[in-house]
Design a protein around this ligand. Structure first.
Ligand SMILES: Cc1cc2nc3c(=O)[nH]c(=O)nc-3n(C[C@H](O)[C@H](O)[C@H](O)COP(=O)(O)OP(=O)(O)OC[C@H]3O[C@@H](n4cnc5c(N)ncnc54)[C@H](O)[C@@H]3O)c2cc1C
Length: 306
């Protein structure tokens, strides 16, 4: 009950336009730096270097939460280009992630494809891998369609798919011929019961099934979870079927389970941390608090430790 109220509260804050405006102008405050790499690419580089020194790679998530016109979408393209340039010039162990929404999904397929091609061309030049985040159910089909088109043109692109959705198993089957790298996630959005499995135990089972099938077919998997049960499942699967360590990676969000990230890297697994960056840090941060109210504890600590 308390968790549900906090969830509703932080979801409300995430959508509050006046607060978003203030946050853009004040910089990373309220403990946001625990979960967000930085507002500018220079701010992110030091964070990434610190992860890399611990043997941990990163995927820099270029945040673009509010896109009303083509100019806004171009801002995200620039964020991505700057992140790719930083990875190249600082020799970072890094990839990038983004939402298609942030490069114009709502403005039409042509704009989105054109912006994505610009990003992917730049990324390809510097050997940088790009993952499309998965968004609300209503956009799932469109995102997969655009991914399919781009994957036929580029090798350096993968996609996130959500284990909480009934449709995902069929989506993976349809994508199979492209041998795609897939980031499996449990799913961050609350969807309606007719499309969402909506029961933790069943979502977990679906997650394991999806990861197992994709791995056993020899495709690359990004295992994006903080859940020990999923992590142990993958470790056993890999050991049982002699799956090479370069066919998968574990991924976690910045600020979540730092010790576990370090432990997995020290055990020799590829560990990648998702480091968000960009002026729209506030919405991302509020969404993390809504998702796991326990994160409020981290936030308070980082506010009071100053
Ligand atoms: C790299 C990455 C990328 C993502 N990309 C997307 C995306 O594109 N689209 C999307 O919809 N969602 C995305 N997500 C979010 C994802 O869908 C889930 O909402 C989120 O990861 C929570 O699910 P979980 O698998 O971590 O496990 P949960 O089911 O939330 O947690 C299960 C268990 O994990 C343990 N645990 C979790 N957090 C902690 C912690 N901080 N400390 C200690 N134990 C903990 C606890 O034991 C908990 O019971 C992404 C997540 C990651 C990590």
């Amino acid at each position: 009950m308390v968790e549900e109220t906090m969830r509703t509260f932080f979801t409300f804050l995430a959508k509050n336009k006046p607060l978003i405006k203030v946050a853009r102008s004040t910089g990373l405050t309220l403990g946001g730096s625990h979960f967000v790499g930085g507002q500018t690419v220079d701010g992110v580089v030091d964070q990434v270097k610190a992860f890399n020194e611990k043997g941990i790679g990163v995927t820099i998530d270029c945040l673009g939460e509010f896109i009303n016109n083509e100019e806004d979408a171009k801002e995200t393209v620039d964020l991505c280009r700057n992140a790719i340039a930083a990875i190249q010039s600082h020799g970072l162990n890094g990839q990038i992630s983004l939402k298609l929404f942030s490069v114009g999904l709502e403005l039409g397929e042509e704009v989105t494809l054109s912006n994505m091609r610009e990003i992917l061309e730049e990324a390809k030049k510097h050997n940088v891998f790009v993952t499309l985040n998965m968004e609300e159910y209503v956009n799932c089909g469109k995102i997969i369609e655009i991914f399919t088109k781009l994957r036929k043109e580029y090798d350096n692109i993968g996609i996130a798919l959500q284990a909480n959705l009934f449709r995902t198993e069929t989506d993976v089957e349809k994508l199979e011929e492209l041998s795609p790298a897939i980031r499996f996630v449990k799913g961050a959005y609350k969807e309606s019961r007719d499309v969402d499995i909506n029961e933790k135990k069943l979502v977990d089972e679906n997650y394991k099934m999806l990861v197992k099938n994709h791995m056993l077919k020899g495709h690359y998997v990004q295992v994006a979870t903080h859940d020990n049960d999923m992590i142990d499942f993958v470790k056993e699967l890999v050991s049982e079927h002699n799956i090479p360590y370069d066919q998968f990676e574990f991924q976690m969000l910045q600020g979540m389970r730092d010790e576990k990230q370090k432990e997995l890297a020290e055990e020799g697994y590829k560990m990648v941390v998702y480091v968000p960056y960009g002026p729209d840090w506030y919405t991302y941060f509020m969404k993390r608090l809504a998702e796991r109210p326990a994160n409020v504890g981290f936030t308070l600590m980082s506010v009071f430790r100053r």
